[in-house]
Write a protein that binds this ligand. Sequence first.
Ligand code: RIB
Ligand code: CA
Length: 316
Amino acid sequence: MTKKAILDLDTGIDDALALAYALGSPELEVIGVTCTYGNVLLDTGAANNLALLELFGAPDVPVYLGEPHALMRDGFEVLDISAFIHGANGIGEVALEKARAEAREGGVDFLIDSVREHGDDLVIIATGPLTNIAAAAAKDAAFADNAHIVIMGGALTVPGNVSPWAEANINQDPDAANNVFRAAADVTMIGLDVTLQTLLTSRHTAQWRELGTPAAIALADMTDYYIKAYETTAPHLGGCGLHDPLAVGVAVDPSLVTLLPINLKVDVEGETRGRTIGDEVRLNDPVRTARAAVAVDVDRFLSEFMTRVGRVAANN
Ligand code: RIB
Ligand code: CA
């Protein structure tokens, strides 16, 4: 059966790959994209989402604007490291044609209304800061109770990637992420524990380049930019981390990872601000509201990734 999906993105090269993975997955029907700030400003991310949806042959998928900055802040500036990894335009300086469609207001309400309408038939895949998801949970208790949420974010068994404690998406808005872990009834956390095991190299992107379509060339160009950035920031890995696509992969097929049932929280004070860790207060609570991925079938995921993104690349 097809599952409806909303992607909450801060697009971002790996967000773009996540979008392609979702559109190339017959098990998912993407009913909307909500935009968040993070790798880029909110409006830049929205423009990227609109242009990518056109490029990937899905121009009718609606794009909604979400929150422009973190819960406890009154503005947002792109971090230098984000611009280095994703490029100033978020998609590796690849110049895409401006989309004909425009972004709509009301991303948070779209999330709330979609959960009310589709219930268990809907999965929300959040691959940026959790500000929109926290805003939806704060506005509507039914959203927190009923939404099925898969996030890319956090690090449970490995250090963070922006500090020894914090992963980038959680670090952008630790308060929002903490609220989500405490309020939401069903969160699957796809963190650095597993995403840094799923690596793509220029041997993979060369396969897209050979397809020669506009989508394939754009995907290859932006991903090569991302791979190059990883050669500087994490040369020991030998490729770029497929963070956001793995969250989509797990939404399609949870058996790609091993999930640990756990009640999670985020440290919001002191030097460990942004750390994802088990909530000691709910340690003995038999109800576990989250599952954290702690192992991944790398070969099977990479094969799924190449098939599904390759489908979008070949046909557009
Ligand atoms: O830590 C990796 C995450 O940070 C990914 O979602 C990437 O797109 C960046 O936002
Ligand atoms: Ca992202």
